[in-house]
Design a protein around this ligand. Structure first.
Ligand code: DGY
Length: 316
C-alpha cells in the first residue's frame, strides 16, 4: 500500500523534500486554508502520517478517528501543546517536533523585542510614519537601557540559553529560573524573587497546565517599574489583560510580545497599551529556519514509518 502523508498547510519551499525523496504520496490542499477539527479528523483517517502546524488541534478525537492507519504526527514547531501527546502515545501514534533548529532564530526575535520595547521603537516609528514627529527633542521617546542591566530568563532550555548568549554580548548579567537546579551560575529557585530583582524578563517555558497564567497580575506587580517583559514562548503563559493593566498603570515599563492567549486575536487593552511592541508570532519566521523545521518534522515521521525511533520523538 502506498504510504500517504497529510500535510495540513503550505510549507516553505524545500520543506517537504524529505517526503518527496522518500516517494510517499503527499496529501495537501491546493490552498493554505486551515483544517477545521472535523476536516482534520476526516483527512487524518486516510493517511499514515500527518505533518501539521501549531494551529492544528490534534486532540484525542482526531487521533481516535485516525487510529486504524495513522502512525505518526510531525508538528512543524518545537512547542507541541496543540497535540494530545498522551492520547497519541496510548494509541501507539508517535509525535515528533522540531527541537534545535529554531533556537537562534527565536532568540533573535526575543532580543529584538527586548530592545524594541526598552527603546520604544514601535511608538517612535508610528509617530514618524503618521507625521507626528516634529523634530529632534531631548525628551522624545525616552526609553530604558538594555546594555549592562540584569536579564531574568524564565525557562533555560535551548532558546533561553541562546538569549543568554546575546545578553552577554550586551554586558548584561543573566539570571534564570527553572524548577530544577540547572547547576549553572545565575539559577534562582524562586520565580518571584527573580521577577523582583531583574530589569528585563524573557519567557522560555513550554505551555503546560503549570505554566498557563504563570505571569499573572500578582507576578507582574513584583516586577520593577523600569522592567520589560518579553514573551516568545506561548501566549497563555501571560495574562494578557493583566499585562495591559500593568503597562497602562506604568507598574512595568514595556513589553515585547510575539505570542497571544487567543491567536490571532489580541486583547484590545493590549493593543491600546503604552510601550508594547507586538509581533504576530514570527519567532521562527525566517526562510531558512521554517524550511528546516518542516524538513525535521518530515524526517521524524518518515523515521517512525520506517520503524525507527527519531531523535525528535516527543514523550508523554
Ligand atoms: C514553535 O516552534 O513552537 C514556535 O512557536 C513556532 O514559531
Amino acid at each position: 500500500m502506498t504510504v500517504r502523508v497529510l500535510v495540513t498547510r503550505q510549507l516553505p519551499a524545500g520543506g517537504l523534500d524529505p517526503l518527496v525523496e522518500a516517494g510517499v504520496e503527499i496529501v495537501q490542499r491546493a490552498d493554505d486554508t486551515p483544517f477545521t477539527p472535523a476536516d482534520l479528523a476526516d483527512a487524518a483517517a486516510g493517511v499514515d502520517a500527518v505533518v501539521c502546524v501549531l494551529t492544528d488541534r490534534v486532540d484525542a478525537e482526531v487521533l481516535q478517528a485516525a487510529r486504524d492507519r495513522l502512525r505518526a504526527v510531525g508538528n512543524v514547531a518545537v512547542g507541541y501543546d496543540n497535540i494530545d501527546v498522551r492520547a497519541a502515545t496510548e494509541l501507539g501514534i508517535a509525535v515528533c517536533n522540531t527541537p534545535g533548529v529554531l533556537d537562534e532564530t527565536t532568540a533573535d526575535v526575543a532580543f529584538l523585542l527586548l530592545l524594541a520595547a526598552a527603546r520604544r521603537a514601535s511608538d517612535a516609528e508610528a509617530d514618524l510614519r503618521q507625521g507626528r514627529w516634529t523634530g529632534f527633542g531631548m525628551g522624545n521617546f525616552l526609553g530604558t537601557d538594555v546594555h549592562g542591566r540584569t536579564l531574568g530568563l524564565v525557562g533555560y532550555g535551548r532558546i533561553g540559553r541562546a538569549v543568554a548568549r546575546r545578553a552577554e554580548g550586551f554586558g548584561m548579567v543573566v539570571l534564570h529560573h527553572t524548577r530544577r537546579d540547572t547547576g549553572v551560575d545565575g539559577w534562582m529557585a524562586n520565580l518571584d524573587d527573580l521577577l523582583a530583582r531583574v530589569d528585563a524578563v524573557s519567557l522560555h517555558v513550554p505551555l503546560t497546565p503549570e505554566t498557563t497564567g504563570l505571569i499573572d497580575a500578582r507576578r507582574l506587580a513584583l516586577m520593577q517599574p523600569h522592567a520589560v517583559l518579553v514573551n516568545t514562548a506561548r501566549g497563555p503563559v501571560v495574562d494578557e489583560a493583566a499585562l495591559a493593566d500593568a503597562l497602562e498603570r506604568g507598574t512595568i515599563f514595556g513589553a515585547g510580545i510575539d505570542v497571544y492567549e487567543r491567536e490571532p486575536q489580541v486583547h484590545p487593552k493590549l493593543l491600546a497599551a503604552p510601550h508594547a511592541v507586538l509581533l504576530p508570532h514570527i519567532g521562527s519566521a525566517t526562510e531558512q529556519t521554517r524550511r528546516r523545521m518542516a524538513q525535521v518534522a518530515c524526517e521524524g515521521v518518515l523515521a517512525v514509518l520506517a520503524g525507527n525511533e527519531p531523535d525528535n520523538l516527543v514523550r508523554a
